[in-house]
Design a protein. Sequence first.
Length: 299
Amino acid sequence: MLAVIFLYLCFTGTMFLNSLIMSTNHYPLFVAAARIFGSGIILLSLYMSKHKDSIFGQLRQLICWPFLKYTFCLYSFSAIGFSWGMQYIDPVKACFIFVLSPFITALMLYFWYDERLSRSKMLGLVIGFAAVVPIVLESGHGTFAQVPWYMAMLGYIIFTCAVISFSYGWILHKELFSVVHVSSSLLTGAALTVGGAMTLALNFMIDKHAIFTMQLTDSFWWLLLLFAILTAIGYNLYSSLLKRYSPTFISFAGFLEPAFGMLYASIFLGNTISVVSFIALGALGGALYLFYQEELRGH
């Protein structure tokens, strides 16, 4: 469970870094591509330093359609959606929206893969979803209150679509391991690199001149490097945890993200934590407890 807690510490950090970068550097495609590609290079370099002789043989296994589909959903489309949406929504609220991932994962597994959902799991999912609604509707919006309502709404929609793609990507991740037999670190590193390259190519096709004329803040590259490092740690750890826990449980443990989000906002941004946020967080914790008991029985 400590590894799961650390995972969401990393994910919360990436959420706030994404918000910080996008609030001053409005280049969502480039930011998404650079951080995904950079984190992939970091993981591949570390893996190659220990497995020079076998890496190329393993990489050949990844030349297949399931790998490309998994890469696009998890490391390209979702990354673009997260960066674009973070231009217009508060990072704490984004953390709460991210908790939608277990509901999406559970519903996908139920309808597409005939996975059984017990009454306790269903109750946990319903309580968790109900807890997210009031925090999103809460009027307190910090510096993002100046964003036009229609742009904020579009930001929520795009961010939610990214969460859907993210959730489906981890289901594809589990499927992919039945097709290929490689290390999870290598798979994650290769997928991040390919996903980042695809996003860079898309950015170049849409506006090839913008890449060379961007006006970036002085701290951009340092923040981007930290963003890429946290991304590499987070996605690699998520991939490893899927060997022990189900995709639904790992995503449902995302209730920790809004908890850490409120903590980060209080410490670094000086935000006050509202009563609504506390109630929503408590409800999410209770929902996780219901779900976790079922997960333990499954093991």
